[in-house]
Design a protein around this ligand. Structure first.
Ligand code: AMP
Ligand code: ZN
Ligand code: FE
Ligand code: FE
Length: 281
């Protein structure tokens, strides 16, 4: 089937791009989007691995932005990597500064940790801090790490550096990428009904309708919004790797069985953007 949301070791996933692609192909996924947080670093390895397999790689990413002081994730599909490379580098540097700040807060609270190596292209996130907390013996699970320290109002939480959803959407559009609001129903800074028109005004082109955290009725509602506003629909399991512990946040790859029929409209939207950008239309 179709998987339009997944993470690798290039951000906070636990499988390498090659491992993820091999696993996805074995699970019967026909097209897989690599959507790491704020980085395109996993694409090349994924595309090379997919070559001899019966699976297509959809190049993507998941941008971390802020809306109403709350974390908002915007997926971008088919960006021009040359145009996006340098602005993304700035985002990844911001994530590294944020990781160091969270480590400082934890140390001040009496829970020092060893941060992972932050020198490469990898985009660090809260799951890396959770892993370091476990390694230091301060907590026994990711769940405990988030619950006691890292959740949005937790004592060691640090928000993303200021980068609004509107700026994120604008950046994606300027790089030829289709901007899609990721998992809208877990957004905490306002109702979908109220926020969606604002994002559309900024240039949003799609909604991630199918996500493991969405209920059946929420999914139906999002499908309706897509019809009303003429938006592209996407979906995926937000896969971060195989289950390592009892984690309520865990998602199975391909669990949603998203139909392949969603892919052509997404491709058409990307093609339309690029035609428009070159002034042909
Ligand atoms: P960040 O982008 O650094 O804020 O980290 C967000 C990531 O943390 C999400 O993609 C999830 O993988 C993970 N996450 C968020 N909340 C929890 C939680 N309560 N338990 C476990 N993982 C979580
Ligand atoms: Zn993640
Ligand atoms: Fe997300
Ligand atoms: Fe994600």
């Amino acid at each position: 089937m179709l998987e339009l949301h997944s993470h690798t070791t290039c951000s906070d996933g636990s499988l390498t791009p090659a491992q993820l692609v091999q696993f996805a192909a074995a699970q019967g996924v026909k097209a897989l989007a690599i959507t790491d947080h704020d980085t395109m670093a996993g694409w090349d390895e994924a595309i090379a691995t997919a070559m001899p397999l019966d699976i297509e790689i959809v190049p993507g990413l998941e941008l971390s932005t802020v809306y109403n002081e709350r974390s908002m994730h915007i997926l971008g599909f088919y960006p021009d990597p040359e145009k996006l490379r340098s602005p993304l580098q700035a985002r990844v540097e911001g994530r590294k500064r944020r990781a160091r700040k969270m480590a400082e807060k934890l140390a001040a609270l009496g829970y020092p940790i060893d941060l992972p190596d932050l020198s490469g292209a990898m985009a660090p996130g809260r799951p890396h801090i959770a892993a370091a907390l476990k390694q230091a013996g301060h907590v026994s699970s990711d769940h405990e790490a988030f619950d006691r320290f890292l959740k949005d109002d937790g004592p060691a939480f640090v928000p993303y550096e200021k980068f609004t959803a509107q700026e994120g959407i604008e950046l994606l559009l300027s790089c030829g990428a289709v901007p899609v609001w990721a998992h809208p129903c877990i957004f905490r800074g306002g109702t979908v009904e109220r926020v969606l028109p604002e994002l559309i005004k900024a240039g949003l082109m799609g909604i991630e309708v199918y996500h493991p955290t969405h209920s059946v009725s929420q999914t139906r509602q999002l499908e309706e919004y897509c019809q009303t506003y003429n938006l592209v629909m996407t979906g995926g399991s937000d896969y971060h790797g195989p289950k390592k512990e009892k984690n309520p946040d865990f998602r199975d790859l391909n669990a949603l069985a998203v139909p392949l029929s969603l892919l052509p409209p997404l491709k058409a939207a990307a093609a339309h953007l690029n035609v428009t950008a070159h002034g042909i239309k």
